[in-house]
Ligand binder design. Sequence first.
Ligand code: C2E
Ligand code: MG
Ligand code: MG
Length: 730
Amino acid sequence: MSEHKLLILDDDELTGETIRNVAEYAGMSVQVTTNATAFFNLLKEWEPSHIALDLIMPEMDGVEVLGALGEQNITAKIIITSGVGQQVLQAAARSAAAHGLNIVGILPKPFNPKAFRELIDSPSPNLTDLIDGQHTTGRPNALTINANDLAKAIKNREITLAYQPKVGCTSGTLMGFEALARWHHADYGFIAPDIFIAIAERHNLIDDLTLLIFEQALPWFSQFCQQQHQTPTTPQASQLICSINISALSLRNLSLFNQIEALCHLHNVKLHSIMLELTETGAMDDPVASLDILTRLRMKGFQLSIDDFGTGFSSMLQLVRMPFSEVKVDKSFVMTAQQSRESRLVIQAIIELAHSLDMKVIAEGIEDYPTLQFLQQLGCDKAQGYFIGRPVPADKVNEWLKQRKLALEQQRLKALDILKIMDTPAEQRFDRITRLAKRMFDVPIALITLLDEDRQWFKSKIGMDVSETPREHAFCSYTIEQEKCLVVNDASLDSRFSDNPYVVNPPYIRFYAGFPFRASTGEKLGSLCLIDTKPRYISERETKLLGELALMVEEEIAANQLLCEDHLTGLLNRRGFEFRANHILKLCRDQDCEASLIYFDLDNFKYINDLHGPQAGDTALLQFAKLLNRTFRESDLIGRIGGDEFVVLMVNQSDTDPSAILDRLSNTVDAYNQSIHSDIHLYYSFGITTTKALSDYDLQQLYNLADEALYKNKQHGQQLNMTITVNSEL
Ligand code: C2E
Ligand code: MG
Ligand code: MG
């Protein structure tokens, strides 16, 4: 080892001396310096075979030193030493790779002599192994490949692609793929893209390489989408996205993008299905020029993703100005999220920032389930990583997809099983939603379906006699493959359904619209569906409404029913009422429909209690609740929100006349009073308020107005069965 000369640059003298002792003991000659100028002088004069470099130093940081070493084409083996975290070390290793330096290892502080000796003795590892924290492969040194090798490989199309799936973070649905360059060299074996991309960038080969990537990815992607489109259960192929990495250097070359655009046309791939991934540092190098070209690319229709976000130092202002559609959280944070609080905070901050700028967020490097769950909780939009799927060659993608579907279905069935909701009795809280859906859409059939392994079972059914159907005949099997609404305008003309027994035989389904709903853990359980026997169209706004109603089903599934129910009357209690009323009011505001809130007060409740005892009081409340239930429609929301205070929220359609319903109530109460033998009659007052379309209101305002109307009615001597209504309107 005597020819080994080690030059150490470390601002901490003690560390420098410690390394010197170990290295000298191993037979090396050693020079130590704490100063960058002296370091570069020694480098020139003494020509060391090894360098140990501290990353954090006061006058010049280690990354700058790496840059300067790169410019001088230094071939010495470099060991990076530092007390900084793994991420910074990894970022530095990447930057060294970009400079073409020969990094043999990273030696984190506190200094460990054994690890140091192993590094000195070990052959140069593949740099990606270092970056990924894996062991060296012991292959011939891939760093000895040169630009000629690479140029040849590009020409001979030896660079191929692996595709890594991207899925919805919560839904798990396939969103697309990232195409990653792969080079299997005849002598050196697998060469990591970090290495040959850096060479391509330095030797002006990157645009040729990028074109080669597009030439392979586009026909594959186009064919994949077509095949998905033909697969009956995944009819959303048009939403799939193919992501391709673009070197920042290519941003100078507008003609490259014209060529890419032409290739997209050639292969019939829409530009908005292509996501160009640019690394953060690259994109921000020259903000003005970048902004210009990125804007043009966006205007053409390409989507833009900012890759490895969090590792560069872009300012918020730059990010706000750049026209990115997506931010990709760097894997160094994601991979350490379980151990490092800082990483978790960074991820959270990136997600919040991106969302506030109306950008989607994807996390890469997800290697385990807890990390995926953590990202779901933060509202991350998409997910990528070994836990979901490793990059695979084109011919293995379908295999992955098959496995993935099986795994997701198992997970779905497990979630359904945990809820114990199949084969339970009908419940008013679900029937209310189907009735509301039936009324709002004016369809003969509305269903809440749940899908288990071999059947579709109806948790709520309006207008349908059977309580379950075999799964193979269920439209909902298709719906649960969707993120949003599945609409079938005319089932008799749709090849997926035209021979379905429920289309060919009664009820002769023609129109179907189903919106999937999920368990709180994200698995799709079934769908809320509307069915008509006539063909029909549905507007985007109506689709949104169906989505809101499906959300209400999700909330019912997640809600703890016991906490929402008034134990005496079985009506909703205040909490249960308000939780649902707020949702319905939001729905009315979005859909521009009217709602009426009616406030009831049992006038003689105190009197009954005082005179006949609490049991008689309870009976009066119970009877009144029953009469309300009998009179109002099942789609109306009825609650007991205080001792003798009741409220009803009605969504008004053209066929709704609240005063007619109130008349009916008055008659029903009348009939009740006459039918009972005791003299405990029911006397009540009410106040009603009706919202105006497009006005801004909240539940509290409606309570206040209805209460005011109630008070006025009482003052006017409104009696049990008189419906003099002071109708206060918002
Ligand atoms: P990238 O664009 O950030 O790609 C993600 C990298 O993370 C890929 O490495 C991928 O294999 C890896 N990865 C994904 N999930 C996980 C995970 O769960 N754990 C771990 N440890 N790693 C994961 P790969 O393929 O080695 O690519 C490295 C980088 O090389 C890419 O980083 C990209 O910057 C560059 N690159 C790859 N292909 C191309 C290309 O065609 N053009 C350009 N310009 N750059 C490319
Ligand atoms: Mg990428
Ligand atoms: Mg990345």
